[in-house]
Design a protein. Structure first.
Length: 193
């Protein structure tokens, strides 16, 4: 969905209603948790958020509240969406003088530990009205060997719509910007008492 002015909450809800029961727009569902597929652009961003259990718990709370999307020019519709398989959300972006809305559905949730680390996160995939095809994973990892806590974003994507193909250099610029600013947002969220 593209608009010259910010779409109303009612319009976004209606848009999401049309998408939530549709199948994902790609076949490699769950690949950000396993082997990445060929034929896509891969983006991987990682940053240390702190150390210890308190940093891990703050980071998990930030992901549960979608703080990695609190970027000013980008927002999540809706940040109260539960982190569970099947939750449908939309990323609303303000860029280049217009607004775009991109629907995605959570395809897996990670909440696991072993002798090396504790991990929490999820992956969401694109729905048919998204201008890209692909999947993105958001992961918090607490590594026991050095007590470090990390935020890790892994995505594969390629353009789906004509608009995305025409403006692909700009799309890639926005994807890189999201990776950097999402890391900064998570640093802020974990640093807050």
């Amino acid at each position: 969905m593209f608009a010259l002015t910010k779409p109303s909450a009612a319009r976004i809800r209606c848009f999401l209603d049309t998408q939530q029961d549709l199948s994902l727009s790609y076949s490699q569902v769950g690949a950000t948790y396993g082997e990445l597929p060929s034929g896509y652009n891969i983006d991987h961003n990682r940053i240390q958020l702190g150390q210890g259990e308190q940093a891990f718990q703050r980071a998990v709370a930030a992901v549960r509240n979608w703080k990695m999307h609190d970027l000013g020019w980008l927002e999540l519709c809706w940040p109260n969406a539960p982190i569970e398989i099947g939750s449908t959300v939309a990323v609303l972006c303000s860029h280049f003088g217009f607004w775009s809305c991109h629907p995605a559905k959570i395809v897996y949730v990670i909440d696991e530990a072993d002798e090396h680390s504790r991990r929490f996160g999820f992956g969401y995939g694109t729905l048919p009205a998204h201008d890209e095809v692909g999947e993105e994973r958001f992961l918090i990892e607490w590594q026991f060997k050095d007590d470090s806590v990390w935020y890790d974003i892994l995505a594969f994507s390629r353009p789906a719509s004509v608009m995305a193909r025409i403006g692909y250099p700009l799309v890639r610029m926005l994807q890189k910007r999201f990776g950097k600013e999402s890391k900064d947002a998570m640093l802020r969220a974990v640093a807050q008492p």
